[in-house]
Design a protein around this ligand. Structure first.
Ligand code: ADP
Ligand code: MG
Length: 298
């Protein structure tokens, strides 16, 4: 393709909300035969909501959510935002709208958060977080978690002084464009793989909904990038689609890194292509544009 053709290609992309940073990304896009998708905020809306709360100890929802929110208000995670938002509904201390001060806040990447609130140690996170800290999970709680995961929800556990105190179920629905995008890619013989830091149960349920049959769950940022490299080593030309800070290493490793426009600045900077409308079908727009610009057959 001539430099003019590349300019036209990137210009057409921009007019359709597909920002292509440079000719190399445009050139590679049509060679991609394997696409790795992040789950949260990429395939899903990324706006989780708490849909269920189960208290296991004798306290009010107001007391429970005060401890939980005081801890989570210190976290940037989308799950934390959802939980704090939900907690506001149970705030019964009208005199004092701020959450109690948390001390020794600690964010345990990929697992949850921990802090001291009102002299009590509060942890909010997944099963790993609880088992790492010796919190016992009774059978009925395990059942509730499995039930939530079956419905594609993420189960979150809360412990107070190392005793399991409650469970939350959080729902983050699929983007309307997700199913169609995966199905069109399949018809183009492009394989889709989902990688996520979320648990296996929820990940498998979401993958089933969206029509992806290859899943890697409980993945740390480094492992997402390793997955991309592994696919490249087996001869694939790999695109990665993601929105989070935790996707940045994989976006850089991929032959074509594609960021969701509504995603974090770090992901947008790490990517070669940005989907300004956050519409997953624009992955196909980018590939088509690349084909039109670089195919010799006119
Ligand atoms: P993803 O790749 O889906 O964005 P993360 O690696 O950020 O996932 O997080 C993985 C899991 O760790 C979450 O599904 C959740 O169970 C737990 N987790 C992480 N941060 C928090 C938090 N602030 N509050 C509760 N749970 C959390
Ligand atoms: Mg994400």
């Amino acid at each position: 393709a001539t430099p003019t053709a590349v300019m036209v290609g990137t210009g057409v992309g921009a007019s359709q909300g597909v920002l292509i940073k440079g000719g190399q990304a445009l050139e590679r896009a049509h060679m991609v035969n394997c696409i790795v998708f992040d789950k949260t905020g990429t395939l899903t809306m990324g706006k989780p909501v708490v849909v269920k709360t189960k208290l296991l100890k004798n306290m009010t929802l107001g007391e429970f959510y005060e401890l939980v929110a005081a801890t989570e208000v210190n976290s940037e995670h989308p799950l934390a935002k959802a939980i704090v938002n939900h907690a506001k509904k149970f705030r019964d201390d009208e005199e004092n709208p701020a959450w109690p001060q948390a001390h020794d806040f600690l964010s345990i990447t990929g697992n949850g958060v921990k802090a001291t609130v009102k002299g009590r140690e509060v942890m909010v996170g997944n099963k790993n977080l609880m088992s790492q800290h010796g919190v016992y999970i009774p059978e009925d709680a395990e059942e509730m978690l499995a039930e939530a995961e079956e419905m594609a929800q993420t189960g979150i556990l809360v412990s107070v002084n190392r005793e399991l105190t409650g469970l939350l179920a959080v729902s983050d629905p699929l983007k309307p464009s997700a199913r169609a995008a995966i199905s069109i890619l399949k018809s183009m013989n492009i394989a889709s793989i989902m990688v996520t830091g979320d648990n296996w149960g929820t990940a498998n349920a979401i993958a089933r909904e969206v029509g992806i049959d290859s899943v890697m769950a409980e993945a740390k940022p480094k492992q997402k990038a390793e997955k991309v490299k592994e696919l490249q080593a087996s001869g694939h030309v790999v695109a990665m689609v993601g929105d989070g800070i935790n996707d940045a290493p994989a976006l850089v490793a991929a032959d074509v890194g594609i960021a969701i426009g509504a995603g974090t600045d770090i992901a947008i900077e790490a990517a070669d292509i940005v989907l300004m409308k956050s519409n997953l079908e624009d992955v196909i727009t980018a590939i088509d544009l690349s084909k039109k610009t670089f195919s010799r057959i006119r």
